[in-house]
Design a binder for this molecule. Structure first.
Ligand SMILES: Nc1ncnc2c1ncn2[C@@H]1O[C@H](COP(=O)(O)OP(=O)(O)OP(=O)(O)O)[C@@H](O)[C@H]1O
Ligand SMILES: [Mg+2]
Length: 248
């Protein structure tokens, strides 16, 4: 299953991916995490892994890939054959505790151009990736909804929005539901940073209760570890049933 994990900036996408990845591994699943966020660097720290080489480098680097795309009038396909997780070349993934991490690419310099090329590469990759029933690909998306515009979510099986207790998240929840539904993808929610006095508000705002598949409490240890650059520890039992709910 390919899961697009999305939400507003800072809602906890990378945190939830890390915790969900651990829960999946603990239940015997094989996990590929795809860092598709061209701006932020936090995910590999949460996972306690080194970043691999940007996958965009495999196609000659951003400048060459961008030229290939533009010269073809945006019809260039970076990947045409079917891939499995084992086909990801050495150096383009790192591995720890049963999880593999790959990274589409990051914006590194001012004026280097938009991130569309990296988005196209990752869309091609996810579209051509074959997974077994036991394998899960978790895509850490850039904040907001531009990835829907780029069509990356079309390559996923499921859209999973992380929703924190904020007006912006609640607004986005509705929009993401519309965008996911337009792509014929099921849309689920994980509530994050939940506290007693915000829980009811979030449930009322989201309405579609069936689509809320887990709630993660506001946890100071997660915040502290992230600040210090330490890998995230602890098992969040709240995530144990997520796979069954996603596949139900
Ligand atoms: N359940 C939680 N309890 C406390 N703090 C949390 C929780 N989830 C995430 N955080 C904190 O919120 C901040 C943002 O989390 P994270 O980086 O996972 O969000 P993100 O959605 O990936 O952000 P970005 O949009 O920048 O990529 C971090 O400091 C993280 O430690
Ligand atoms: Mg992030």
């Amino acid at each position: 299953m390919k899961i697009s994990v999305c939400g507003k900036g800072g809602c906890g996408k990378s945190t939830v991916i890390t915790l969900l990845g651990k829960a999946l591994v603990a239940s015997g699943k094989e996990v590929l995490i795809i860092d598709s966020d061209e701006s932020n660097y936090g995910l590999h720290r949460h996972l306690g892994m080194e970043n691999p080489k940007d996958f965009t480098e495999y196609f000659g680097g951003k400048e060459k890939a961008q030229n290939d795309l533009m010269l073809s009038k945006f019809t260039h396909q970076f990947i045409k054959d079917r891939w499995t997780i084992r086909d990801i070349p050495n150096g383009y993934y790192t591995e720890k505790d049963g999880m593999k991490l790959m990274v589409s690419g990051k914006i590194k310099q001012a004026n280097e151009g938009c991130a569309c090329t990296m988005g196209t590469i990752i869309k091609d990759f996810v579209t051509h990736l074959d997974l077994t029933e036991n394998q899960f690909a978790l895509l850490d998306m850039e904040a907001g909804i531009e990835h829907f515009g780029r069509g990356i979510d079309d390559a996923a099986d499921v859209v999973l929005m992380v929703c924190d207790p904020s007006y912006e998240s609640v607004q986005l929840a509705q929009k993401i539901k519309e965008l996911g539904t337009a792509l014929n993808k099921p849309v689920y929610y994980i509530l994050n940073k939940v506290e007693d006095d915000t829980k009811d508000f979030l449930h009322e705002a989201i309405k579609d209760q069936e689509a809320i598949i887990a709630e993660i409490p506001a946890t100071p240890d997660l915040l502290r570890a992230s600040l210090k650059g330490e890998s995230l520890q602890g098992n969040f039992k709240q995530l144990d049933g997520v796979v069954q709910k996603l596949t139900a």
